[in-house]
Design a protein around this ligand. Sequence first.
Ligand code: APR
Ligand code: PHB
Length: 398
Amino acid sequence: MKSISTQVVIVGAGPSGLLLGALLHKAGIDHIIVERQSGDYVLGRIRAGVLEQGTADLLDAAGVGERMHKEGLKHDAFALFFKGEFHRINFANRQGGKHMVVYGQTEVTHDLMDHRTAHGLQTIYEAGDSVAVHDFVSNHPRVTFTKDGEAHEIKARFIAGCDGFHGVCRASVPKGAIQNFEKVYPFGWLGVLADTPPVYHEVTYSNTERGFALSSLRSMTRSRYYIQCGMNEKVENWSDDRFWAEFKTRIDPDAAKRLVTGPSLEKSIAPLRSFVAEPMRFGSMFLAGDAAHIVPPTGAKGLNLAAGDVNVLSQAIVEYFQEQSNAGIEHYSARCLRRVWNAERFSWWFTSLMHKFPDTEGQNFGFQQKMQEAELDYLVHSEAALQSITENYVGLQH
Ligand code: APR
Ligand code: PHB
């Protein structure tokens, strides 16, 4: 077996692992990333694209913010459409000038990968299903994997489990040492990416009697749209024409008239889930990002939560190596979980407010729809409620 040593082994080269790597490198801490898939596979996954200002600032601090500043779209408002009316909600005015940056997760991943190449940082791709974590209750954890028929071992002081919801790190923790909290929603999101000018120039969430829709964008020539669909729907049953026809019924009629349709570049269905694992640290192994928690995408908190985790984790690891202090490491889990549960609550609430739920629990659809409309009406007419939604939307704390 080939054996090498480093300070931190990062499992997973998604946004969490890559950003953690960039932050550790900046602080002069050695690390290696081990990723199951190829780089192209990782880049092929289309995910959300709205960065909180705290996330954008962190990308800057990591030295990877240049293209985001050039190509990202700075937003100061989002919109809600319900009961046939469109309501623009300015968050920057209400939240001390805080902006959001519309910049696809694919682009963030691209920039982080380029940064690794430019700085000669080691990423082992295509490690496959062989990746395993060992001895993480001790101070001498190890990661092993087989690549091209050869067995490898990486010894380190810490393991960062940045390997997503289906990763190996959380799965390796003994059942009695971890508690999972979960809610699965009874619908999915069917998403389409198209090279068409976006119908709205700001992210717009629709609540209609036919269900939820979201109009988002990646640039002024690329749209990202979603509609709520049944949880067992098959993407093959959704031709582009069928998608556009349904989408048009869920946006305001003037927008539907000016909507430019076109062939989809990508079309997929994602399930909606709320999930948190507690704690987020097991001895010398930490969980960060989707490995520890999932939010439903309403409100686009997933990537921002991941960035928050790796920010706290990189500081804790730097403190350990540079100041010989365990304090950051000891507090990592509790510090993250407070922010995580706040975002879980917001994402769950926003999801519950905007979607049509098939499970009506003793109420009919009409009653549920009226309750949602009453809450939305209150929301857009009460300054107190607007303060609350915008405070959560821009991100409670980092
Ligand atoms: N060994 C090595 N790598 C693994 C393993 C494994 N056993 N299992 C999974 N991985 C890799 C995946 O292939 C993926 O590239 O870990 C990576 C995890 O990436 P993400 O799932 O993107 O999770 P994360 O980096 O935490 O990103 C959080 O990005 O993916 C979105 O919705 C997510 O917005 C959220 C944010
Ligand atoms: C997206 O652009 O993909 C997006 C935007 C806002 C959301 C979710 C996803 O709440």
